[in-house]
Design a protein around this ligand. Sequence first.
Ligand code: HEM
Length: 151
Amino acid sequence: MITLTRPPALLALILIAVLGLAGCQTGATPETPSRDLFQQLGERSGIAAIVEDLLFLIVDDDRINQQFKGMDVARFHRNLTDQLCQLSGGPCTYSGREMRELHADMAITDTQFNALAENLILAMEQNDIATGAQNRLLKRLIPLYPDVRNL
Ligand code: HEM
């Protein structure tokens, strides 16, 4: 018998988007950045700690670590931290490369996308981020899915 301990991350993302589970909002409410998510993530320093833990998880994850070989770790850390800070309503401006262009040649699969989402969830767990806040951040990442997958 197959036992599912955790739903696949992408499925979880889609469920959150479709059902509007994030932050117990109604499905019809548009998601607008508000500073409280930024605060729940521990402000920019908390987000930086999450991204640091995410990096360690990526390195250990054979499903995706080859993709990240040779990248500029400091730049990735700074830019992803700024991006998550901005998306969560914080006073940051993402100044990294454009998402579609950046990921265009990587031929990222759904499995790899899910692996990264799973690692982000794990990194947030490691930093004691409340599940509601985790879901709200994931919901704000959903619109980037077509760009990252180059669809
Ligand atoms: C919602 C999902 C994702 C987001 C928000 C995201 C965001 C980012 C950001 C902000 C950067 C740094 C941009 C810069 O330095 O200019 C980056 C770089 C990168 N991403 Fe993603 N990413 C996502 C998914 C993925 C996935 C699934 C993979 C592969 C499994 C991936 C592979 C990479 C690699 C290899 C780099 C470094 C490229 C380089 O420095 O040349 N990303 N990503």
